[in-house]
Write a protein that binds this ligand. Structure first.
Ligand SMILES: Cc1cc2nc3c(=O)[nH]c(=O)nc-3n(C[C@H](O)[C@H](O)[C@H](O)COP(=O)(O)OP(=O)(O)OC[C@H]3O[C@@H](n4cnc5c(N)ncnc54)[C@H](O)[C@@H]3O)c2cc1C
Length: 429
């Protein structure tokens, strides 16, 4: 049994993933029911891919706002067409959570609300803290959350208003040291975000759906695993909302962890496989922190020097297609590539677009290799392929590439799984 603490996007994505691999899960949340307001508003292309693999994307693509660009003081500054084509969606986090809850329920799991994190779980069971920035699981496990505060007093407000603004663009306005960002949200809503309250408003507001003021921190857990306790999502990393990466990074953690935990729980892999969860995902979180903190200070800072650097260097640079392409690739999270013991061969660890939405192991090669893969991994989708054999992980990354001789694949699987071959059946819902 695996106990997941926290029914936010990370915890629910992990629960869905584990159920899809036939693992029993319990998911608890201290809140008395689902959140109705939304923090995240962007599902990046990688996040959409994870939701699709889980069967939880549903009608989000039809309901979402699809962004074309970013305007600064009314002028086009960044073309977001590539992100739009890659599948970026502007939707409420509450909607994403609703789709995940529906999927979880279809997979036979009901969230236990009003239930705090258990102090511990019995030996042989696993506890996963997906309980957000103030994670009780992380604190009890004694794992440090290292970092600092980046910005105080950041305002967020979702409003109904009839503003004459392009609803396929993000609008940033600078007025002296003050900055205000306006995002179009589905349903005719607008989100206004501003450090230190901002000043600018494009016109009268009909009504305020909700508002909140918060502080921005950059922090990362010193470790993602201690014994039978694992951390994922905001429990493991928090950072500025600039770039819309938080929820998406949590979905990526869940995606990476689910199939590994499933192999361990089914006895198909030694628990050292779970160390690769930290070695693969902690650098991804660190990369997000490393990018968003200086960007936040530069874009939102109000000091004279910062403003000069922003106006004279950053904005002109944004006009360069090469800079735009790099930003878009980063934001999409489609360029995440893993390294370490779990990937082998040319381009090992890269995402394989052709198999990215399958959500199961894929073997592209001869039947003899398929037999080896099924013996060791259980459920494996087969694609006939001449020449080299490819083994693609359920999270869509290339695990192994090699000659189409079953012995080579078997040797690699023996090494990474760390347990002798014992064919068992894994169910998939
Ligand atoms: C203003 C703002 C804008 C953002 N915009 C974006 C964006 O555009 N794109 C993006 O990707 N991200 C964005 N984020 C970040 C995103 O909201 C978070 O990264 C995301 O919610 C993390 O999901 P999670 O499931 O890890 O944690 P959470 O959503 O925090 O969920 C944690 C859950 O754990 C429960 N819990 C807490 N403590 C306990 C306990 N002791 N016992 C049991 N249950 C517990 C809580 O009730 C909650 O349901 C934004 C954040 C903010 C603040």
């Amino acid at each position: 049994m695996i106990t997941i603490v926290g029914a936010g996007p990370t915890g629910m994505a992990l629960a869905c993933g584990l159920r899809q691999f036939g693992v029993d899960v319990r998911i608890v949340d201290v809140a008395d029911g689902p959140a109705t307001t939304s923090r995240a508003l962007g599902v990046q292309p990688r996040g959409a891919e994870v939701l699709a693999r889980l069967g939880a994307l549903g009608d989000l693509p039809e309901k979402a706002v699809r962004l074309r660009g970013l305007r600064i003081n009314g002028e086009p500054a960044l073309d977001l067409g590539l992100l739009r084509e890659a599948g970026q969606l502007v939707v409420s986090q509450a909607w994403v959570e609703q789709r995940l809850r529906d999927r979880l329920s279809a997979l036979g799991v009901e969230i236990e609300w009003n239930t705090p994190a258990p102090a511990a779980v019995p030996d042989g069971e696993w506890l996963v803290g997906c309980d957000g920035a103030h994670s009780a699981v992380r604190k009890r496990a004694g794992i440090a959350f290292e970092g600092e505060q980046v910005m105080e007093n950041f305002l967020l407000r979702d409003v109904h208003a009839r503003w004459d603004l392009d609803r396929e663009s993000i609008h940033i306005y600078f007025d002296g040291p003050a900055m205000t960002t306006v995002f179009p949200l589905p349903g005719g809503l607008w989100r206004v975000m501003a450090p230190d309250g901002g000043r600018w408003t494009p016109g009268p507001v009909d009504s305020v759906e909700w508002e909140s003021t918060f502080r921005i921190h950059r922090r990362q857990a010193a470790s993602y695993r201690r014994g039978n306790v694992l951390l994922a999502g905001d429990a493991a990393h928090i950072h500025s909302p600039l770039g819309g990466q938080g929820m998406n990074t949590g979905l990526g953690d869940a995606d990476n962890l689910a199939w590994k935990l499933a192999l361990v729980v089914h006895g198909r892999a030694a628990d050292r496989l779970l160390d690769t969860y930290e070695s693969e995902r902690r650098p991804v979180g660190a990369r997000v922190l490393a990018a968003t903190t200086p960007a936040t200070r530069l874009v939102m800072g109000s000091g004279r020097l910062t403003r000069t650097a922003r106006d004279r260097v950053l904005w002109p640079l944004l006009g360069a297609p090469v800079v735009q392409r790099r930003l878009v690739r980063f934001a999409s999270q489609l360029d995440v590539r893993y390294s370490g013991p779990l990937v082998a061969g040319r381009r090992g660890g890269e995402r394989v677009p052709a198999f990215a939405r399958v959500g199961r192991w894929v073997l592209a090669g001869p039947p003899a290799c398929l037999e080896v893969a099924r013996d060791r991994l259980g459920d494996v989708v087969h694609h006939e392929r001449a020449g080299e054999t490819l083994l693609v992980r359920p999270d869509g990354h290339l695990a192994w590439r090699g000659p189409s001789t079953p012995g080579r694949l078997a040797a690699w699987l023996n090494e990474v799984l760390g347990v002798p071959a014992t064919p068992r059946r894994t169910t998939r819902s």
